[in-house]
Design a protein around this ligand. Structure first.
Ligand code: HEC
Length: 114
């Protein structure tokens, strides 16, 4: 029966300790993200998230979710780049949350060019 299979699935999941998701990283800390970024990212991505290298992307104002996903992809090897793969490797989930929050908080103002 359906009920049985649902219950037994949950039982199995519970027995393996999979039902309880890993604790999510603590809430993002923008100040810690800025401190980390000043140290480890600003040389290429700029102090305000506007890249200082012609081949590095601007990160200011990018959505938090997007930034965090890219960093996790570099860290896992799903996305590779000779520089970013090395940089992302030692980042903790909390570092990723914090730096993503910092760059996402930097708003850019678009103006008409005349
Ligand atoms: C030595 C220069 C350098 C440093 C330092 C650096 N980056 Fe990067 N970063 C790059 C380059 C170059 C790319 C473009 C990589 C590619 O084409 O995939 C990039 C890409 C990214 C992207 C993907 C952006 C997008 O639009 O998809 C994120 C997010 C990022 N970096 C975050 C960081 C963070 C956070 C740090 C610090 C912990 C950092 N980077 C440090 C050079 C750097």
């Amino acid at each position: 029966m359906h009920l049985w299979s649902i219950r037994s699935t949950w039982g199995l999941v519970g027995a393996l300790g999979l039902a309880v998701p890993a604790l999510p990283a603590a809430a993002a800390d923008i100040n810690a993200g800025k401190a980390k970024a000043d140290m480890a990212c600003a040389v290429c991505h700029g102090a305000q998230g506007i890249a200082t290298l012609p081949n590095a992307p601007n990160l200011a104002g990018q959505p938090h979710i997007y930034l965090a996903e890219q960093l996790k992809n570099y860290r896992s090897g799903k996305r590779t780049h000779e520089v970013m793969s090395v940089i992302a490797k030692p980042l903790t989930d909390q570092d990723i949350e914090n730096t993503s929050a910092w760059y996402a908080s930097l708003q850019m103002e678009l103006r008409d060019s005349k």
